[in-house]
Design a protein around this ligand. Structure first.
Ligand SMILES: Cc1cc2nc3c(=O)[nH]c(=O)nc-3n(C[C@H](O)[C@H](O)[C@H](O)COP(=O)(O)O)c2cc1C
Ligand SMILES: Nc1ncnc2c1ncn2[C@@H]1O[C@H](COP(=O)(O)OP(=O)(O)O)[C@@H](O)[C@H]1O
Length: 314
């Protein structure tokens, strides 16, 4: 998959079959659309093109609104999209000026001029141009003039996509990793850098790598303890990850930290990725450090049992 971030650098596409969307999460429903995109492109011996915007149009148009938490950062989206056999990914820099194109300008100066599309695959309710004034009727009215085919993604499918995205967000917020992973089609993950903490972990026998997220817009699952696997420098480990404020130590700041099994290495400053597999329990305040340590031992056992289960779900 070729990735383009600059519209000036695009090649001349041959029979471009394009679809436009945010694809946050690149979940099961999105994958279905991507398969359709590939199929249509194959049928017309054309090239499959996914068009997405960065930043998300909402961030430019409504900066004061609290942002929807992202299931995938842009880099993660690129990584996931690249697994689905798409020829080209075009990341359109979404600016104020771009948002002010009229619907006709968007169609003529952007869609047609930039992509010269053979086919546009688009949701039934897709809106474009200043104040979202353009939609399918305009595309239909202009399609013979510009010679593109239109494939409408029906309401049922568009609704299912939105329902899935909302369900995935809500499941993660509620700690239901199983449901989220089922709808995503892969384990939800967080990526970041290992940073220094308060050096308490090693004193209680459980050093924990503190993760500072690469992108703070990313959705952080519910507070609690999770069975995770961890990717570090190309190697995979298992671990128990805690998202919480460490109430036992009367701390307030939310931390994401992972105890990595069978591991003993200094990894400050390294990139780390945690894939979430199961929710084990909620974050708790313990009366003593000893009872916290007893519980962490149980968490580790439970996570290991989870990973040893041949029938586990993800
Ligand atoms: C598996 C696991 C579960 C944890 N559960 C809790 C908890 O329920 N309550 C709590 O206050 N701290 C919990 N902690 C966090 C510890 O308090 C934390 O690891 C310790 O404060 C070390 O902090 P540091 O990395 O800043 O040194 C947990 C840590 C791990 C690894
Ligand atoms: N099994 C392990 N799991 C997590 N981190 C480990 C492990 N073994 C060694 N470390 C190292 O120890 C650090 C965590 O120790 P800790 O005492 O909790 O310090 P901090 O408060 O700075 O996180 C990690 O950042 C990592 O560099």
């Amino acid at each position: 998959m070729q990735v383009y971030r600059d519209l000036q650098q695009l090649p001349r596409f041959k029979n471009a079959v394009i679809t436009i969307g945010t694809f946050d999460g690149v979940h099961y429903g999105h994958v279905h659309i991507l398969q359709q995109l590939r199929k249509v492109a194959e049928d017309c011996k054309g090239e499959s093109v996914v068009v997405t915007f960065d930043p998300h149009p909402r961030e430019i148009l409504f900066p004061q609104k609290s942002a929807t938490r992202l299931l995938t950062t842009l880099d993660e989206k690129i990584e996931l999209l690249s697994q689905h056999g798409i020829d080209h990914l075009v990341i359109v820099p979404f600016t104020k000026a771009f948002s002010e194109l009229s619907a006709k300008e968007y169609l003529e100066n952007f869609l047609v001029q930039v992509f010269n599309p053979h086919t546009i695959i688009i949701g039934y309710d897709h809106r474009f141009g200043h104040n979202r004034e353009g939609g399918l009727p305009l595309l239909e009215a202009e399609q013979s003039r510009y010679g593109f085919q239109l494939v409408e993604i029906p309401q049922q499918v568009v609704d299912d996509l939105a329902v899935s995205s909302t369900k995935i967000r809500n499941s993660l917020i509620a700690g239901d990793v199983h449901l989220a992973n089922e709808l995503l089609g892969y384990p939800y993950f967080l990526q970041g850098t290992v940073v220094h903490g308060d050096k308490l972990g090693r004193t209680i026998g459980f050093p924990t790598a503190n993760i500072s997220l690469n992108d703070n817009r990313k959705l952080v699952p519910a507070k609690g303890v999770y069975a995770v696997d961890v990717l570090l420098g190309g190697q995979v480990f298992q671990g128990a990850l805690n998202i919480g404020t460490r109430p036992t130590f009367d701390k307030l700041e939310l931390r994401i930290e992972v105890y990595i099994f069978d591991f003993d290495r200094e990894i400050y400053g390294e990139s780390i990725r945690a894939n979430f597999h199961a929710f084990l329990r909620e974050d708790q305040k313990f009366n003593s450090v000893d009872s916290l340590v007893e519980q962490i031992k149980l968490d580790v056992e439970n996570a290991k049992l989870y990973f040893a289960d041949p029938y586990r779900q993800s």
